[in-house]
Design a protein around this ligand. Sequence first.
Ligand code: UD1
Ligand code: UDP
Length: 374
Amino acid sequence: MNQIKVLAIFGTRPETIKMAPIIRELNRRPSFALKVIVTGQHKEMVQHYLDLFSIVPDHDLSIMEKEQTLNTIVINILKRLPAFLNEIQPDVVLVQGDTTSAFAAALAAYHNRIKIGHVEAGLRTRDKYNPFPEEINRHLIGGLADFHFAPTQKARENLIAEGISDKQIYVTGNTIIDALKMIVGKKHRFNDGILSKIDFEAMRVIIVTTHRRESFGKPLLNTLNALKRITELFRNTEIVIPVHYNPNVRKSVYGLLRNVERIHLVEPLDYVAFIHLLNKSYLILTDSGGVQEEAPSLGKPVLVLRETTERPEGIKAGVAKMVGTDTERIVAAVRELMEDLESYRKMAQVANPYGNGKAAARIADVLQSKGKSM
Ligand code: UD1
Ligand code: UDP
């Protein structure tokens, strides 16, 4: 059988989660021969997800360095990936999202004249430094891609506005909802000492994740100061922060919030534990793209710790609010949701603006319909 040769390339935690449903779907269909390469941009933060979704990469470029820069990520991928592209000779390379791994892999594929499918295409803030460097990464991948898998209509419109032909755009939903559905009903008990001691019935638990490069320094410190104030103002509140491995994040978070009463700093959680935690929470504060997409499906209000978002759908649906990184603004937004239960109730609605869990099947359908000659 003349199978379609697909090569999925990814390197970080969110790409792994969002690529996993596609890998599962392509592996199920006999018309595809799939290979997987991880760049190794993340190490510890990817291995767990590979195990969870039973993904065994064919190759690992092992590029992660403790003090890696945007340039070293690009350079190492461009040095190490082409040999594998030559060896595998895929009909199409799939990249996901807007990381530097996704951009560098797409560029290398283009240099080899290999077709490129961009998963989660068309997200835009139109602000080149917000988020940095993701806004430009996804724009550049858009320029290189042949198939644009847009998660929403809005993303499709963004691409059309940039002159990309509608014929190359496929609105699929976001594969993160597929991934979420794969794990959401799983039974879970926290084995983490801190989490298992929290009384989720008596306390209002706020989950915080923050890691964006453009927030390093003052904006991040403003956010962390807001968290301190929140625990002082609301005695029935506990805050849990799974602290990202990025050393810039860890320095600020541990520097300011170590040993603060009712603020719990924990290591990044495995996916099942994290979703379980979100489900038991009162409220989520985040600058994460993926968490903004998951929270509405779980019916949890989200305050977005950013000045812009490429995910306006949650805000439009009334389940997310953008609060930026100003201390007072964050405290005021949390206060409203603590004191005004009607405001809280309005935001705590289940909404699915990012998909219905069938995105991977749609992507596989498109590739299958194109056939080997693409
Ligand atoms: C990266 C992506 C960002 C994405 C985020 C998801 C880029 C430029 N940034 O940011 O778009 O939202 O991942 O989490 O592509 N580290 C470890 N172990 C790990 C992962 C990271 O120790 O498993 C540490 C290393 O010291 C590494 C540093 O974190 O040098 C930064 O990692 P990097 O991938 O460059 O940036 P992120 O902030 O993780
Ligand atoms: N996540 C996780 N454990 C954690 C924090 C986040 O499994 O401790 C998951 C989360 O559910 C989401 C993804 O990681 O699916 C988001 O990754 P991240 O915030 O690192 O990247 P972004 O989405 O902002 O690019």
